[in-house]
Design a protein around this ligand. Structure first.
Ligand SMILES: NC(=O)c1ccc[n+]([C@@H]2O[C@H](COP(=O)([O-])OP(=O)(O)OC[C@H]3O[C@@H](n4cnc5c(N)ncnc54)[C@H](OP(=O)(O)O)[C@@H]3O)[C@@H](O)[C@H]2O)c1
Length: 276
């Protein structure tokens, strides 16, 4: 069981990835990204999740440098955007991300979305990047079971991570089971339902019983389900609050109650039907 913010899961290639990290989607390049990433690292976070799409890799890179924490203690994820898959410019996109981040390797490089008729080709480039040691792990995002089956059929290296929308209203039990069998670590995006779950009455009741906030209960539910989680906040007090989940445990009854909230309700786009 995870006992601290820096506890890790071991990916199938042996690389250790923190269970908990900071997401920076919609965090503005400049002061906002710089200050939130620095606040998170100061609070003990060691994992940061960005993407070329977020257009804040430069500030994330600056925050990493200014944090004073040695590079090898941090776990940095970024992702290749759909346009670069369509334009066959995945390798160039990776070089640009590295340059913006000011790094010579990332810890995890992800295929951001399963772009039809492109993702297998993209995966080959990620395999090359991995073999060169410029990404310590490679993975995918927004892949359903059929995308994974299709990719794995031809892949030399199995993805180490699948980052997907996952929260109590969209708990993805079948995908979680499949990934567990395949030794692919599941990672939750929008773990807080992008803020929409934070007044749920059932979660409130559980939170009150533990003297915790709803955000803390959801993030603890992730950890007890062995789901890597990366809540986003630009507010230092919330960055600290979200990580303060290692001093309590949800009971089996709490876990069952939260599991029963699943409505297969996505807030984000459907990986089988997106047009970006
Ligand atoms: N792979 C993908 O396709 C994909 C898609 C979406 C997201 N992601 C990744 O996953 C990360 C997390 O997902 P997300 O940012 O979409 O949503 P999220 O983490 O579920 O929710 C973030 C929202 O909740 C608010 N919030 C955070 N902590 C709170 C707290 N303790 N109390 C009240 N409100 C709180 C934030 O506001 P403030 O900032 O104002 O605190 C923000 O509006 C992203 O940042 C990104 O790194 C990946």
């Amino acid at each position: 069981m995870m006992r601290s913010l820096q506890d890790t899961t071991t990916l199938h290639n042996g690389v250790k990835m923190p269970w908990f990290g900071l997401g920076v989607y919609k965090v503005q390049e400049g002061e906002e990204a710089l200050q939130s990433v620095k606040a998170a690292i100061k609070a003990g976070y060691r994992s940061i999740d960005t993407a070329a799409l977020y257009q804040n890799e430069e500030s994330v890179g600056r925050a990493i440098k200014e944090s004073g924490v040695p590079r090898e203690e941090l776990f940095i994820t970024t992702k290749v955007w759909n346009t670069d898959q369509r334009n066959d410019s995945v390798l160039e996109a990776f070089e640009t991300s590295l340059q913006k981040l000011g790094l010579d390797y990332v810890d995890l490089y992800l295929v951001h979305w399963p772009v039809k008729e492109k993702y297998k080709q993209t995966w080959k480039i990620l395999e090359k990047i991995y073999k060169e040691g410029r990404a310590r792990a490679i993975g995918v995002s927004n892949f359903t079971i059929h995308h994974l089956e299709d990719l794995i059929a031809d892949a030399e290296i199995k993805p180490m991570v699948n980052q997907v929308e996952l929260h109590p209203l969209f708990a993805q039990p079948e995908l979680r089971d499949y990934c567990k069998k395949q030794e692919i670590q599941i990672e939750a995006w929008a773990p807080l339902g992008q803020g929409r779950l934070l007044d749920h009455p059932v979660l409130k009741e559980i939170a009150d019983a533990h003297n915790k906030t709803i955000a803390q209960v959801i993030l603890r539910w992730d950890l007890q389900n062995e789901i890597v989680t990366i809540p986003k906040s630009v507010k230092e007090s919330r960055i600290i609050e979200n990580a303060n989940i290692f001093d309590f445990e949800l009971t089996e009854r709490d876990m069952e109650k939260i599991n029963s909230l699943n409505e297969n309700k996505r807030f984000g786009p459907d990986p089988d039907n997106f047009d970006f």
